[in-house]
Design a protein around this ligand. Structure first.
Ligand SMILES: Cc1ncc(COP(=O)(O)O)c(C=O)c1O
Length: 396
């Protein structure tokens, strides 16, 4: 809920669209006005030449759309061996039957026969627990080397793409060292593999700028969006495709033959109308500006927890943050499994009127609406302090 609750303008935009045209097919070269306008605005705002937009219902189908398009692109070029994907450990790329194998969280794999043989992972650039950490340069060097090694092992001609989030959200809000993503983009160019950025969480001001890619001037071949696109008021995601990919796919289609990819509710006009109003709020409504203003305050207040006896690591980028709990700050030991820390933390937060994601590995993840103001951040911090008091016994 990037924009927060209760925006009458968003409700009005949806209601007006429902009266004018609640739905029309987007197959057979049809399109609806709000979806066309939203695609054009996203193409204008997105980095590089990401000028083509395929709308989905959320993040998972945006990832699966991109996997399909990467295959189609390489097959169109006659590069039919380029089928393997490399992702990061701790990464999350949704629950699609393809994307869930690029996700690298054990519960998304076990008993689901994942990852598939064409899905590979390299270590997460996690400063707090990386063997080369916390030195950012060393982590970046190790990550680039790991990508090269993986490509060597799988075979250069067999690797299609590397995919990553810019902050690993579900994996515990892992904030890579500055320069990591650019170094990985450069490595992809050198290795001749496509570079895909999953901005489902980081898109739309969450880390400061409109898109996380702007921090390091990234120009990926593909980018995903969801969540902030409609600010949760209705479902919608997007796969953004760069010109050079689009052109190869379009040129390889025989005249009159459609590309066999579509979703009944792709570009749903009501969600698109919501998206247009939300995009207006980001820009004219000052939401992105607000995130840039209060993000540093949020990060500063959270950093006070570095001295807390239970907190081993505080990590944040804009209004996306995590506190990692440990029982020993020197050895970084995690709470024992029988302390059941995840559910206990969630309950303790709830009792203090604070809802957050409490990961089983003892991490509190925070992503407040980007309309949050300083006094609400102070309230959040107070409640967080009280929440931690309720779990002090995990050290025993
Ligand atoms: C980085 C990232 N990619 C993809 C997804 C999947 O999105 P959805 O739940 O909308 O399918 C998520 C969801 O949390 C995500 O965080």
């Amino acid at each position: 809920m990037n924009a927060g609750y209760g925006h009458q303008g968003i409700v009005d935009a949806a209601a007006e669209q429902m009266l004018r045209l609640p739905y029309a097919t987007n197959y057979f070269h049809f399109g609806t006005e709000p979806a066309i306008k939203l695609a054009a605005q996203l193409a204008d705002l997105a980095p590089g030449d990401l000028n083509h937009v395929f709308f989905t219902l959320g993040g998972s189908d945006a990832i699966d759309t991109i996997i399909r398009l990467v295959r189609y692109y390489n097959n169109s070029l006659g590069l039919s061996d380029k089928k393997h994907f490399i992702a990061l450990e701790k990464g999350f790329h949704g629950s699609g039957s393809n994307g869930a194998g690029l996700t690298a969280l054990p519960v998304f794999h076990e008993k689901f026969d994942l990852p598939m043989p064409w899905q590979h992972h390299i270590p997460s650039p996690f400063p707090y627990r990386h063997p080369e950490g916390p030195d950012g340069h060393m982590i970046i060097e190790a990550s680039v080397a790991a990508l090269h090694q993986k490509v060597d092992k799988v075979g250069k001609d067999n690797v299609a793409a590397f995919i990553c989030e810019l902050v690993q959200g579900s994996g515990g809000v892992v904030v890579p060292p500055e320069g990591f993503a650019k170094a990985m983009e450069n490595a992809c160019r050198e290795l001749d593999i496509l570079f895909i950025v999953d901005e489902v969480i980081t898109g739309f001001g969450r880390t400061g700028p409109m898109f996380g890619c702007e921090h390091e001037g990234l120009e990926p071949d593909f980018m995903t969006l969801a969540m902030g696109l409609t600010s949760g008021y209705s479902p919608m995601g997007a796969a953004l495709v760069s010109n050079h990919i689009y052109d190869v796919i379009a040129d390889s289609q025989p005249p009159g033959v459609p590309l066999g990819h579509g979703l009944t509710y792709s570009g749903h006009p009501v969600s698109a109308a919501v998206g247009l109003e939300v995009l207006r709020l980001y820009q004219e409504g000052g939401l992105i500006e607000n995130c840039q203003r209060v993000g540093p305050y949020f990060e500063k207040r959270l950093s006070e927890f570095k001295d807390h006896p239970l907190i081993g690591d505080v990590r944040s980028k804009g209004l996306l943050a995590a506190l990692e709990l440990v029982t020993n700050k020197t050895t970084k030991e995690k709470p024992a499994a029988d302390k059941n820390i995840g559910p206990r933390l969630a309950r303790a937060g709830y009792e203090n009127n604070l809802i957050f994601r409490a990961n089983a590995d003892a991490t509190i993840a925070l992503a407040p609406p980007i309309c949050i103001v300083e006094s609400e951040i102070d309230l959040l911090i107070d409640r967080l302090e009280k929440t931690l008091e309720l779990v002090m016994d995990i050290k025993e």
